[in-house]
Design a binder for this molecule. Structure first.
Ligand SMILES: Nc1ncnc2c1ncn2[C@@H]1O[C@H](COP(=O)(O)OP(=O)(O)O)[C@@H](O)[C@H]1O
Ligand SMILES: [Mg+2]
Length: 433
């Protein structure tokens, strides 16, 4: 069986590794892939740009008997790559352009939630600078200002003061720092509570949630410093207990699936629920139309049933009849980044000498490439180290132990991935005594 994986990050490395576990796979094409993906057996990296929809579709069409295309990142989905691949008669894991609007337009997503009664923060929509600024003067603080479109994780400001809110509004509507993505904005009520990511397989008829996880977005320990793509993840997320899961199923997952059906939005892929557990119950902060990166690197290693079987069943609308089972172990993924990330990067081109994976520790590559057979650093987030163990505490310890063997010149990482979860678990034990 031949499979195409579109994208070049740690998420795509996790997808490739998962897919390769199925012995029926003869060849995986990664477009464009990265240094770690290129080193896997049975993998061919195909140079190209994942966002060049016509070129990626043309490549898919050129492969004889391509069984499945899996699209990792948001941009090609927003551009309609999944629709183009399906037009060729090739099964595709990744939602239609229409379905991907749940991520590519935050306003579309909020109106979808309002229409279908899905709990989320109150909001107002603006395209006029004057009206937005007037609203900022009158609304109660803190306020959250969001650019409508894709903004590489930089389009959201949680404003504690009116001046911060004004600045964020002006950045979008006056200085147009996000271009088209910021031509319309959302101003939201600020919610409070722990955040949880729930990824779900969804084929439009059936929605199966995966193990809940916790991302760590800030660059530095103690959630300090600028926001990044994600510096580490633990799973399961202990804040998401059985009662919360039941509430999410009833108030969020089922209404979302019904809403997709009612609105005629085809959705065959991963649906990402960014949730906040507020004192008024779980609410949706955002949807994404793909696996999270690095959430995928912590969640997929806990999957016990075959990933390729699930991806194919999702792409073909047969998820209902498919087994999806996760182990009850815990995982921790720690990201090793280049110094300076998410700003100006320091150590590009530095050679990497890396250890072999262990049975319960896996190294996922992101910003690496092969240069004449030499593996070098080529990006902000470079590696993700995922350890799986019986307890979260053990998984964290194992990930950090392995990390010391992966350090490269001018590497940067957080030392406290999972600590908030451990503290909560310790308190939970006390409460249950
Ligand atoms: N209404 C809100 N109340 C409180 N915090 C929020 C709210 N919306 C977003 N945030 C915070 O900002 C982060 C980024 O917002 P999000 O909508 O997930 O955008 P993106 O991930 O596309 O940048 C969230 O993870 C959350 O911490
Ligand atoms: Mg987010």
């Amino acid at each position: 069986m031949k499979v195409l994986v579109v994208g070049s990050g740690g998420r795509e490395h996790a997808l490739v590794k998962g897919i390769l576990r199925n012995p029926a796979v003869t060849e995986v094409y990664a477009l464009p892939g990265n240094g770690g993906i290129a080193k896997e057996t049975k993998v061919t990296c195909v140079p190209g740009n994942a966002e060049d929809v016509a070129a990626v579709a043309a490549f898919a069409a050129s492969v004889d008997d391509l069984a499945l295309a899996v699209i990792g990142p948001d941009d090609p989905l927003a551009l309609g790559l999944a629709d183009e691949i399906r037009k060729l008669g090739i099964p595709c894991f990744g939602p239609s352009k229409a379905g991907a609007q749940l991520e590519s337009s935050k306003i579309f997503a909020k109106e979808f939630m309002r229409r279908h009664g899905i709990p989320t923060a109150d909001f107002a929509v603006f395209n006029s600078l004057d009206k937005a600024l007037t609203y900022v003067e009158e609304a109660s603080l803190p306020l959250v200002v969001k650019a409508d479109g894709l903004a590489k994780g930089k389009g959201v400001t949680v404003a504690r003061t009116r001046e911060e809110a004004r600045e964020a509004v002006r950045a979008c509507l006056e200085q147009k720092v996000f271009g088209q993505s910021g031509e319309r904005i959302l101003i939201e009520e600020c919610l409070e509570g722990p955040e949880v990511t729930v990824l779900a397989f969804c084929d439009g008829e059936t929605l199966i949630p995966m193990v809940p996880s916790m991302d760590h977005k800030a660059a530095c320990d103690g959630d300090k410093g600028p926001n990044t793509g994600g510096m580490g993840v633990i799973a399961p997320n202990p804040f998401y207990d059985a009662e919360t899961a039941a509430l999410c199923e009833e108030r969020i997952f089922r209404p979302t699936l019904k809403g997709l059906q009612k609105d005629g939005l085809p959705y065959r892929g991963c649906l990402y629920f960014g949730l906040m557990l507020t004192k008024d119950g779980p609410k949706v902060i955002e949807y994404n139309s793909r696996f999270g990166d690095p959430e995928a690197q912590a969640v997929l290693p806990l999957l016990e049933t075959d990933l390729l079987t699930i991806l194919l069943a999702t792409a073909e609308g047969r998820l209902r009849e498919t087994q999806v089972r996760f182990s009850d172990k815990a995982s921790c993924c720690v990201v090793l980044a280049s110094q300076g990330y998410p700003g100006k990067l320091e150590n590009q081109g530095v050679t990497l000498a890396l250890p072999q994976d262990l049975p319960d520790v896996t190294l996922y590559h992101a910003g690496t490439k092969l240069e004449g057979g030499r593996l070098v650093v080529s990006g902000g987030r470079v590696l993700g180290i995922t350890a799986v163990a019986d307890t979260l505490e053990q998984a964290i310890a194992k990930a950090y132990e392995f990390l010391t063997e992966c350090l490269f010149y001018k590497a940067q990482y957080r030392t406290d991935i999972g600590q908030k979860a451990l503290t909560y678990l310790a308190g939970d034990k006390e409460r249950k005594k």
